[in-house]
Ligand binder design. Structure first.
Ligand SMILES: *[C@@H]1O[C@H](CO)[C@@H](O)[C@H](O)[C@H]1NC(C)=O
Ligand SMILES: *[C@@H]1O[C@H](CO)[C@@H](O)[C@H](O)[C@H]1NC(C)=O
Ligand SMILES: *[C@@H]1O[C@H](CO)[C@@H](O)[C@H](O)[C@H]1NC(C)=O
Ligand SMILES: *[C@@H]1O[C@H](CO)[C@@H](O)[C@H](O)[C@H]1NC(C)=O
Ligand SMILES: *[C@@H]1O[C@H](CO)[C@@H](O)[C@H](O)[C@H]1NC(C)=O
Ligand SMILES: *[C@@H]1O[C@H](CO)[C@@H](O)[C@H](O)[C@H]1NC(C)=O
Length: 482
């Protein structure tokens, strides 16, 4: 377009103020590039529908965001170009920008804080680009964002903190058609204003339970075509009506789409089967007897679970106090059971510095104590029930502690066999060595380096015992043979 010509038509326009509204708009569209105050990048269309500036640069072969963009622009559309990188200066000072479209470019890199000045931005369209990850600093500054469209990229990672700046304003989050195996679920759970979440056509394997419970405005949740074997019911789903169809579902309901997943059709999916739906082609991938069957054609009673059955467990074991031991309990069932252990004292065994309780049924005790002598009970549970089995452990006292209180078989581990106490002070190392006391150094909240002078010249020392006091562990003694 030619500047002089436009200036001329601008004048015509000014004198033609009494034209009908329609014609006036047409004129404005044509002439606004000529408004002196506004710069229009080459080959772009610019509109000045005061007070808002609009710049349209579609299919103009752009390789980067043009630097000559007026900083007051409210709407900037740069789709169908070849932009590869978004730089910090590209959108600097554009505090009035409300709508930014960068769809169908080749963007693979967003520089940190590239959108930092866009305090007023409502909609950011980055669909059909080549983004592979989103970091904490990519979307910093977007404190008013409502629509974030990231579909059709190659995203495999989204940092949990990356959505923080608009966690309470975002209404529409589109992550569909990417390579996501994991989604930052804790972040999703905090999107209090979100209406639409599109996660379809990814590689998502797992949805944690209760993630949607505070998303009171959620109206569409699309999880179509992922790798989900199950979808847990959510407190939200029991508060509002959930539909598996989009047509004719009432307002204030949630439309949940989940077709195209390898669903494991057991009793945990009965709630899903009870939804109002349209006849889509969802199928079950397992168990074998339901494989390939249409989800909606299977009767509710056929969605069954099997209670756990314990198939193997460790036979009676004998260990010496202080040794490590591994107790095992193997259980089968549908869904896969998880196993917990009850110690002989009747308490549930938790993970401590001394014990690790794996869900697959292995209990590792790294340092056994006399208090653990007795019958452990493993409990295998799943949605269909529970099953228990005893495992006996015999702990024999450490044989060489002739005169210590540990001589008594059932005694609690006592404090008596500490030769030198660390309690008194934290003296200098050299001083400590001279005085032959224990030194505690490099103290942190979870570790300490304990040093003491070698006592090899004293006859009869066979082991060291360290007592510690930890809020995460009930047994406070650690022994080490020399
Ligand atoms: C943004 O504003 C600052 C301060 O007014 C100025 O120094 C800077 O050059 C501006 N940047 C752009 C890209 O306009
Ligand atoms: C204990 O830790 C293991 C390994 O880190 C983990 O798999 C298991 O779930 C934990 N158990 C409990 C009861 O938290
Ligand atoms: C359970 O998991 C732990 C850690 O992954 C492993 O060492 C142990 O062998 C497993 N036990 C069984 C019975 O598979
Ligand atoms: C252990 O006890 C025996 C006799 O009960 C005593 O003679 C000996 O001195 C004691 N040893 C220590 C190290 O206390
Ligand atoms: C403490 O030890 C350091 C070296 O480890 C030494 O430089 C310093 O003089 C010592 N202080 C005392 C009071 O002994
Ligand atoms: C461990 O420390 C806490 C807090 O300092 C104290 O109340 C408790 O008595 C201590 N336990 C033992 C066995 O020393």
């Amino acid at each position: 377009m030619d500047g002089q010509k436009l200036n001329a038509s601008y004048c015509i326009c000014r004198s033609a103020i009494f034209l009908t509204m329609e014609r006036l708009v047409v004129y404005l569209l044509v002439i606004s590039t000529a408004v002196k105050a506004m710069m229009c990048p080459k080959r772009c269309m610019c509109q000045n529908l005061s007070p808002s500036f609009t710049i349209l640069c579609t299919k103009t072969g752009l390789l980067f965001v043009p630097p000559s963009i007026d900083r007051r622009t409210a709407e900037l559309r740069l789709m169908d170009n070849f932009i590869t990188t978004l730089r910090r200066k590209d959108f600097a000072n554009m505090t009035n920008l409300i709508h930014l479209t960068l769809s169908r470019n080749t963007i693979s890199q967003i520089m940190p804080y590239a959108f930092f000045d866009l305090k007023g931005l409502h909609a950011l369209h980055l669909d059909s680009n080549r983004l592979t990850y989103i970091n904490e600093d990519h979307f910093k500054g977007l404190i008013n964002l409502r629509h974030l469209i990231l579909s059709n990229n190659q995203l495999s990672y989204i940092s949990p903190g990356s959505l923080d700046d608009f966690i309470e304003t975002i209404e529409d989050l589109d992550l569909s058609y990417n390579n996501l195996v994991n989604v930052p679920w804790e972040t999703i759970a905090k999107l209090s204003n979100v209406n639409t979440v599109s996660l379809d056509h990814n590689l998502i394997e797992f949805v944690p339970e209760g993630i949607f419970s505070n998303l009171h405005k959620l109206a569409r949740l699309d999880m179509t075509s992922n790798k989900l074997k199950k979808i847990p019911p959510d407190p939200l789903f029991s508060r509002i009506p959930v539909y598996a169809k989009s047509k004719g579902s009432p307002l204030s309901s949630l439309v949940l789409s989940f077709g195209g997943n390898p669903l494991h059709c057991n009793c945990e999916l009965v709630w899903l089967r009870r939804l109002t739906r349209e006849d889509d082609l969802e199928t079950c991938a397992s168990p074998p007897e339901l494989m390939g069957k249409y989800f909606w054609s299977i009767k509710e009673e056929e969605f069954v679970c099997e209670p756990p059955m314990i198939t193997h467990r460790t036979p009676k074991l004998t260990v010496t106090e202080g040794q490590s031991v591994s107790l095992k309990c193997k259980a089968v069932g549908d869904p896969d059971p998880y196993v917990r252990w009850i110690a002989p004292d009747g308490k549930l065994v938790s993970n401590t510095s001394r014990t690790i309780s794996y869900e697959n049924g292995t209990l590792d005790i790294l340092v056994t104590s006399l208090t653990e002598k007795g019958t452990f009970t493993c409990i295998a549970s799943n949605a269909a029930g529970e099953s228990t089995a005893p495992v006996e452990l015999l702990v024999t006292p450490y044989p060489n502690l002739a005169n210590s209180t540990n001589c008594d078989k059932d005694a609690e581990p006592g404090p008596s066999d500490i030769l030198i106490s660390a309690k008194s002070s934290f003296p200098n190392e050299t001083k400590a060595q001279q005085e032959k006391v224990v030194v505690v150094a490099e103290l942190t909240s979870s570790s300490a380096l304990i040093q003491w002078p070698s006592q090899h010249h004293l006859p009869g020392i066979r082991m060291y015992q360290i007592q510690y006091n930890s809020s995460s562990d009930d047994i406070l003694v650690y022994r080490r043979e020399i």
